[in-house]
Write a protein that binds this ligand. Structure first.
Ligand SMILES: [Zn+2]
Length: 375
């Protein structure tokens, strides 16, 4: 296992806390057993090591960022005095890229639905992967382009059906719980607006005749109603380790718009509490880490199990503002990884600015968008 220290901007071996500064490490893990996601997660880890600042930690959909919360992080926040940085060995990951599954057959579709609500769906391609699942069955991947939805917002499709030439079911995509609704997950490919939907047992690609979609599930966008100000005045270090800065408020409760979250002892809440776990500036970057706050009746840092058990993975979006300008936006899924407390990490390249703010959103919205895609 290896983790990334947001403060030192370095990949460290092991789980726990950064040996240099004590900050908990962010661990990037794949959310499920499917091979393509593993390939993607490895790519994310590589981006952490090698990428430019903007790609340093793309805590994107399909990648659960989890952290091992340490008291040192909280108590050390705001002091700005990490231990001196000793010589650090070159950061590398031990991951090797697994061989990508060989597609048995690929078919270009380019089936476009009539635009509706400013959104255009295009089924780009279908591929069949020989022996792609644990039973050795052939599985499939459908690649869809969705234009008209802001980057990073699309989480899944509802009512997705793939029909064969005889009008029967060609293949199905499992709908999973997603913030209180159910949807076929859309995995971002890294190319703007293009997503992959994993299919179960898949026959010959030539027998697919048409695809119908009922709607889209989007993550709630960040809102100025859920805002944390940060005073980042003063000098910013030119390189890591970054300087800790103090938030004006430690926590924010995000209104979930009618969705009730089960908590402990049978109670429910209509707001998601988030706490600033750390905020750092320097190296022409700003990094803010937020974690789940205390839920009523539960321990501090409530377990994300409360999400997964009944309502599934739960998106939290965050954007960083310098003054009034949006610097970047990230979406993280709570409750998708194992039982660790999740962390929302907003890591943005930015010139030094005295006024920073983080705005947040949580939960999903479902858009009805009946569409048929066919030749
Ligand atoms: Zn560190």
């Amino acid at each position: 296992m290896s983790g990334w220290c947001p403060r030192c901007d370095a990949v460290r071996a092991g789980g726990g806390a950064c040996p240099e500064c004590g900050t908990p490490l962010v661990i990037v893990e794949r959310p499920s057993e499917r091979e393509p996601q593993r390939v993607e997660s490895v790519a994310e880890v590589s981006a952490v090591v090698e990428g430019p600042p903007s790609a340093r930690l793309r805590v994107a959909l399909g990648v659960a960022a989890v952290v091992l919360i340490g008291l040192a992080f909280v108590s050390g926040r705001g002091s700005g005095h990490g231990p001196p940085r000793a010589a650090v060995a070159a950061t590398t990951t031990s991951t090797t890229t697994p061989p990508e599954a060989v597609p048995q057959a690929q078919r270009t579709l380019d089936w476009q639905a009539r635009p509706a609500r400013g959104i255009t769906l295009t089924a780009l391609s279908l591929r069949r992967i020989a022996g792609g699942d644990t039973n050795g069955d052939d599985v499939g991947e459908l690649t869809i382009r969705v234009q008209g939805v802001p980057a990073g917002r699309l989480l899944g499709f509802v009512g997705l059906e793939l029909l064969d030439l005889g009008g029967g079911v060609f293949a199905t995509s499992e709908e999973v719980p997603l913030a209180g609704t159910r949807a076929s997950p859309a995995r971002p490919t890294g190319q703007d607006g293009t997503y992959v939907v994993d299919l179960g047992p898949t026959p010959g690609v030539d027998t697919l005749a048409r695809i119908t979609v009922g709607g889209l599930v989007l993550g709630q966008p960040p809102s100025g109603r859920n805002r944390i100000e940060l005073n980042a005045g003063g000098s910013w270090p030119a390189s890591p380790p970054l300087r800790a800065v103090e938030p004006a408020t430690d926590s924010v409760a995000i209104d979930l718009g009618g969705l009730r979250l089960p908590t402990f002892g049978g109670s429910e809440v209509g707001a998601l509490p988030l706490q600033v776990a750390g905020a750092f500036v320097g190296g022409r970057r700003a990094v803010v880490a937020l974690r789940l706050g205390a839920l009523p009746g539960g321990p501090a840092n409530g377990s994300p199990q409360v999400f997964t058990r009944q309502i599934g993975a739960f998106p939290v979006s965050a954007r960083l503002l310098a003054g009034n300008r949006v610097v970047c936006e990230r979406t993280v899924m709570f409750g998708q990884g194992p039982d660790n407390a999740p962390l929302v990490v907003v890591d943005c390249p930015t010139a030094p600015a005295s006024r920073l703010a983080v705005e947040l959103g949580a939960g999903v919205q479902t858009i009805s968008l009946p569409a048929t895609l066919a030749d």
